[in-house]
Design a protein around this ligand. Structure first.
Ligand SMILES: Cc1cc2nc3c(=O)[nH]c(=O)nc-3n(C[C@H](O)[C@H](O)[C@H](O)COP(=O)(O)OP(=O)(O)OC[C@H]3O[C@@H](n4cnc5c(N)ncnc54)[C@H](O)[C@@H]3O)c2cc1C
Length: 299
């Protein structure tokens, strides 16, 4: 075993559902000096045939089990700067997109990312999954990112043209051996998918449930049939199973009671909902939140 890995570490508190979960091996990446260790960890997991998981803010992860014979890496690379002359934003991958958007406005009078105020999670995932809201997508002002290839043990720059951004998707999602270190954005021009006058701060404050969640659980099948409206139509809005329940405020927000909620309650409610919506409407609900299934290590 690699001496710098922590053993038997509680990782549930890193997920938006706050359930109790342990991992056999854990490593926190706190500075760029630690990056070189990634190749060593990756190689060791390949040799030992142990699954590897990267966590950023944990607001897009549902742990399906309470114990993982895995290596879990918590990304904690922080730091960002904004050049008011070139409008170039450079940021490390574990910075909060919400916090940056807030400070851009209050400190630099730069309102271009106003709609990201209230969006949870790290820049790392926002790029990885092309997070977006109110007509603004992470890809909109993206220029390039620095990644560390854990397979080839090299650092690379990936320009926008090679990121294959689409709805909640990027090239990084198909290449889990790439660790996102930092990224550059050009905030000199507004690019929006659609125009929105929604007051996002009021919306986040008053129309989104508070508590243990990872936001919208399912992707919206279409504009006419949002996941929330389908869950409501089949009578599951606010429905509870053990420590897991659908919000009464926003039907597509899966909520948990935290430590007292066994991960299996969440998994069962997701499965039940997909079954009933499919049976009653013929529509397949696809997860937006990533379910971390516990594939046993092959060691
Ligand atoms: C209340 C609420 C409201 C939300 N509203 C929205 C919304 O309006 N629009 C929207 O798009 N999303 C929304 N979300 C989802 C949330 O914004 C995303 O889930 C968030 O961006 C995830 O970021 P994270 O850092 O928490 O990712 P995590 O959950 O920590 O990471 C998810 C995955 O990303 C990958 N990853 C993370 N960091 C790196 C890295 N550095 N290198 C490589 N891979 C990495 C890993 O594979 C990891 O498993 C909402 C969530 C909540 C809780």
């Amino acid at each position: 075993m690699l001496s710098f890995l922590l053993k038997n570490h509680e990782i549930g508190h890193y997920s938006g559902y706050q359930t109790r979960v342990f991992a056999d091996y854990f490593y926190e990446l706190s500075s760029e000096d630690d990056i070189a260790k990634l190749a060593e960890i990756y190689q060791w997991t390949q040799n030992e045939r142990i699954p590897l998981l990267i966590i950023g803010g944990g607001t897009n992860l549902l742990f399906a089990s309470d114990l993982y014979e895995w290596v879990v890496i918590k990304n904690s690379l922080s730091g960002w700067q904004y050049d008011t002359v070139s409008n170039i934003l450079y940021t490390s991958s574990d910075e909060s997109i919400w916090e940056i958007a807030n400070q851009l406005e209050t400190k630099y009078y730069q309102p271009l990312w106003h709609r990201f105020i209230g969006l949870p999670g790290s820049i790392g995932w926002a790029i990885y999954g092309n997070a977006g809201c109110f007509g603004l997508e992470t890809e909109s002002n993206f220029v390039s990112c620095e990644v560390y290839d854990m397979l080839s043990n090299e650092q690379k720059t990936i320009p926008k043209s090679e990121m294959w951004f689409s709805y909640r998707h990027s090239f990084l999602k198909d290449n889990p051996h790439l660790f996102l270190i930092s990224a550059t954005f050009d905030l000199s021009e507004k690019h929006e998918k659609y125009h929105s006058d929604v007051d996002n701060i009021y919306f986040r404050e008053h129309q989104q449930p508070k508590g243990n969640s990872c936001g919208s659980f399912f992707k919206n099948p279409s504009k006419e049939n949002s996941a929330g409206s389908l869950i409501e139509r089949v009578g599951l809005k606010g429905y509870r199973h053990g420590g897991a329940y659908w919000s009464t405020l926003h039907a597509n927000f899966l909520m948990s009671d935290g430590l007292s909620c066994p991960p299996s309650d969440l998994i069962w409610l997701v499965w039940l909902t997909q079954e009933i919506v499919k049976k009653e409407t013929g529509i397949e609900l696809e997860n937006e939140v990533r379910i971390i299934e516990n594939i046993p290590s092959k060691k």
